[in-house]
Design a protein around this ligand. Structure first.
Ligand code: BES
Ligand code: ZN
Length: 845
């Protein structure tokens, strides 16, 4: 039910005393919560969900109340307004939903164990304690927790423990903060700690299933990130400690609870001796993201959930700003280009996509509006654009003022825009609104005629799209300074092209740096000029050409048949981002060939042509001291070579497998997945399958687990596929948090697709019961839409999902996904023959 009034309007908490008694054996807990606050009216509402309320007292006297589950509330009638102390006692259950207070399961030396953790954002604090569970209802909290404690167990929370009495752990009073940021965790934990220059204690906590050195990388990044933010924000980290806790079961990726950030194990812990550089960068950005929130989100919090995008977009930008500052040699912004930028451009081109900012009243809608490619990736891109407009000095100054003005309180997006506006003297808010409040983005066409270039903006669509006549204020970022900085009209012209071309001596380009959210369609003359000079262009510009042409081909503004023959020109680049864009485009060609056909053979030959020189250059074994780019691009090359069935690559991978058969986890993490996949696909057996599945169950190394999953799901043996699908619902083997990757692997495997598709349709109810409460639920449908490409599958998809259109939280996803599959099916039908002819021709060259 829609929540029309905020509970905060009726009762404003100032302080909570929360006592919890948690029993892991019985999976029950009891609680007593005392809230002191200001009653604005006598009929007040307090949030609760799944709590069995026993008594409610106001100022020590029983008062009438009803539990109102439809509104996740307790309705209470007071005898007076003004300062009131509510005392509520209750009982509740611990459930395996990864929401509220919940157990995480793991094994050490074959012994099953659990630790308890919490996840309260967006609205699950009310599952742990009655509260005004809204971000604006900031208060201070005294937490006291008792549990069925055994020797050697540890409990941690937002604040340090001040004393233990009769088995009850008392924590220091928190700062004024929002309910969704409260957290605690307990069990058999190991930890490592250090101290920042400014005296903040930093720690990393994990179960004892991990080796101690797996905590080191995170500790170092966390410490340096906090030091960076204290300087960048010119605002001290306001708590005595910053704990990072890895939980074996975790529904999101990580969560910025103030002073106690929680993570998926895969996003915090890593083997420092054998983890790919890519994974290290990812873990560093996740930590930097959550620590960015300690200020932006925790110290100053959005007033209401409609500004959640701002929290997340901002942290998503800052994760790159921070990691780039502490590890400049990593060039981490390149990762932003290959992951966030491409995700945003793809998703934002489908009609029906949400805008970054959406008005939302009902918090239940929040989770369903949480499209990561938009809220995180596009949102971060918008802020990158804003940062480029105002510059870093104004950004820092503006943020410092913003924190000073709103700390321990709440703010809106407009408060941020006015702080940045004041610091920069620019109306950034006005420019940004065209991007934030409208869905989609423009393609700018550049046409040369009669000596002038005409630039025109139109909304870009992949698939059918209704042109609503949208316009954007586009920072053009041309390499020709004569081109205006900002394009606000639909069409503009640039005069004297020939003179400009001669004066600049380089081809005409727009969106240099790829930081504005638009793509460019150059006409033939301009494109020819670019391609003739492609080697002079930087890696990002090359990436852009490949990225924009691929999108334009998806949107039928050019064709894959003309695009495919251009790919070999980029094949020997030493730039990782160029290879990322190249293979993303090349992999799209796979959709045009039927498995095991003559065309597929041609395409494999084409992949061999693209990758063979680089394969010879890079080889299978990472070389000591090699360039970061080489290390990052090797996976693209190996993957292409194996797809191409390059005999030498298959042989080398098999040899590596044989040489390391006793310790497969010890294979270099940069190439391990390819060795394992090659073995399963080309030399597979039931025995190998069982060995790998056992290794999956036993290892605590998340990277190794992911590699095994990718290898096993590529099997071509129908019996093994059936065995895999059976494991989908066995949480002792595949945790629900990891299931989507397994499902995707089998579905994307030509020999496994039918089994995976049957499974999800038959067991949809099980899936909904298991991960239905979760934001990830809808993304199972996205996964299906990213794979399907035939009209039969489209019809089956519609038959299954159209009846589910009314399900809250799935409506938009299903509509968009039908459009995504439909446009792919049409594209393949129309272009298949031409594309395959073009590939055959390119291979003969
Ligand atoms: N605050 C979010 C997690 C979240 C968002 C939980 C909305 C519940 C509702 C956290 O800061 C976050 O963004 N986590 C990301 C990982 C991040 C590093 C990109 C996630 O969970 O995907
Ligand atoms: Zn976040």
């Amino acid at each position: 039910m829609a929540e029309l009034t905020h509970f905060y309007e009726k009762f404003q908490p100032a302080h909570y005393n929360i006592y919890l008694d948690i029993n892991r054996e019985t999976k029950q807990f009891s609680g007593k919560t005392t809230i002191t606050g200001d009653a604005k009216t006598t009929a007040i509402s307090i949030h609760q969900k799944f709590l069995n309320i026993e008594t409610v007292q106001a100022d020590g006297k029983d008062v009438p109340f009803t539990t109102d589950d439809a509104n996740e509330a307790i309705q209470i009638t007071l005898s007076k307004t003004g300062e009131t102390t509510l005392t509520i006692t209750y009982q509740a259950k611990l459930t395996d939903t990864m929401m509220g207070i919940y157990p995480s399961y793991y094994e050490v030396d074959g012994v099953k164990k659990q630790i308890i953790g919490t996840q309260f954002e967006t609205t699950a604090a009310r599952q742990a304690f009655p509260s005004v569970d809204e971000p604006e209802a900031k208060a201070t909290f005294d937490l006291a927790i008792k549990f069925d404690e055994h020797p050697g167990e540890t409990i941690i929370s937002n604040m340090p423990e001040v004393r233990t009495e009769n088995g009850v752990h008392y924590f220091d009073t928190t700062m004024r903060m929002s309910t969704y940021l409260i957290a605690f965790g307990f069990g058999e934990l190991q930890s490592k700690t250090t101290t920042t220059k400014s005296g903040v204690k930093v720690g990393v906590f994990a179960t004892k299933a991990h080796k101690a050195d797996e905590l080191d990388f995170a500790l170092d990044i966390a410490k340096r990130s906090i030091e960076f933010y204290e300087d960048f924000y010119q605002t001290k980290y306001p708590l005595p400690h910053s704990w990072q806790l890895a939980l074996p079961d975790f529904s999101a990726g990580a969560m910025e609870n103030w002073g106690l950030v929680t993570y998926r194990e895969a996003y915090l812990l890593l083997d420092p001796k054998n983890t790919s550089f890519e994974m290290k960068q990812l873990v560093a950005t996740v930590i930097a993201h959550e620590l960015a929130h300690q200020w932006f989100g925790d110290l100053v919090t959005m007033k209401w959930w409609d500004d959640l995008w701002l929290n997340e977009s901002f942290a998503n930008m800052m994760e790159y700003v921070a990691v780039d500052a502490i590890e400049p040699d990593w060039h981490v912004w390149e990762m932003f280009q290959t992951s966030d930028v491409s995700a945003a451009l793809q998703r934002d081109a489908t009609d029906g996509v949400q805008s970054v900012h959406v008005d939302v009243e009902d918090p239940a809608e929040i989770d369903s509006l949480f499209d990561a490619a938009i809220v995180y990736a596009k949102g971060a891109r918008m802020l990158v654009m804003a940062r480029a407009l105002v510059g870093d000095d104004a950004l820092r100054k503006g943020l410092e003022n913003y924190f000073a003005a709103h700390k321990f309180h709440n703010a809106t997006g407009d408060d941020l825009w006015s702080a940045l506006g004041e610091a920069s003297g620019m109306d950034v808010g006005a420019i940004m609104k065209t991007w934030l409040d409208q869905p989609g983005y423009p393609v700018v066409t550049a046409k040369l005629a009669d000596g002038q270039v005409t630039l025109t903006q139109n909304q870009f669509f992949i698939g059918d799209g209704q042109d609503a006549g949208r316009k954007w204020s586009i920072p053009l970022n041309s390499n020709y300074a004569e081109v205006p900085e900002l394009m606000t009209d639909k069409t503009i012209t640039v005069a004297d092209y020939d003179k400009l071309r001669a004066a600049h001596g380089t081809p005409f380009l727009l969106n240099v740096g790829n930081n504005s959210h638009f793509i460019v369609q150059y006409d033939q003359t301009l494109m020819k000029d670019i391609l003739q000079n492609v080697d002079q262009l930087g890696a990002i510009s090359q990436l852009q050409i490949l990225q924009d042409l691929r999108l334009l081909a998806d949107g039928k503004k050019t064709s894959y048949a003309t695009f495919a023959p251009l790919l070999p020109r980029f094949a020997n680049s030493h730039g990782n981002v160029v290879n990322a864009a190249l293979y993303r485009a090349a992999n799209k060609l796979k959709q045009f060939v039927t498995p095991k056909s003559a065309e597929e053979k041609q395409l494999k030959a084409f992949f061999n042509q693209l990758s063979s020189q680089q394969l010879a250059r890079l080889g299978w074994t990472p070389k000591a001291g090699e360039a970061n780019d080489d290390q990052l691009m090797r996976p693209y090359i190996l993957s292409a070579a194996l797809y191409a069935e390059n005999a030498a690559a298959i042989k080398d991978a098999h040899q590596l497998f044989t040489d390391n058969a006793d310790n497969l986890g010890g294979l270099s993490a940069d190439i391990r997945v390819f060795v394992l996949r090659n073995e399963v696909k080309n030399f597979g057996s039931a025995e190998l399958f069982d060995n790998l599945l056992n290794a999956y169950r036993q290892t605590a190394d998340a990277s190794y687990k992911a590699d095994i999953s990718a290898a096993l799901t590529s099997t071509t043996d129908p019996q093994l596929i059936a065995k895999l699908v059976e494991k989908f619902e066995d949480a002792d083997t595949i945790k629900p948090q990891d299931l989507r990757a397994w499902f995707r692997g089998v579905l994307a495997n030509d020999d496994g697709q039918q089994a995976a598709w049957d499974w999800i349709r038959n067991d949809w109810q099980w899936l909904e019961d298991t991960v239905g409460g979760d934001m990830e639920f809808a993304t199972y449908i996205t996964v299906i839409a990213s794979v399907f490409k035939t009209s039969t599958r489209l019809a089956e998809f519609k038959a299954f999902f159209e009846p589910k259109l009314p399900t809250p939280g799935l409506t938009r996803e299903i509509k968009m996904d039908i459009s995504v599959i439909e446009s792919r099916v049409n594209l393949i039908n129309e272009e298949k023959d031409a594309v395959n002819a073009a590939i055959a021709k390119a291979v003969q060259k």
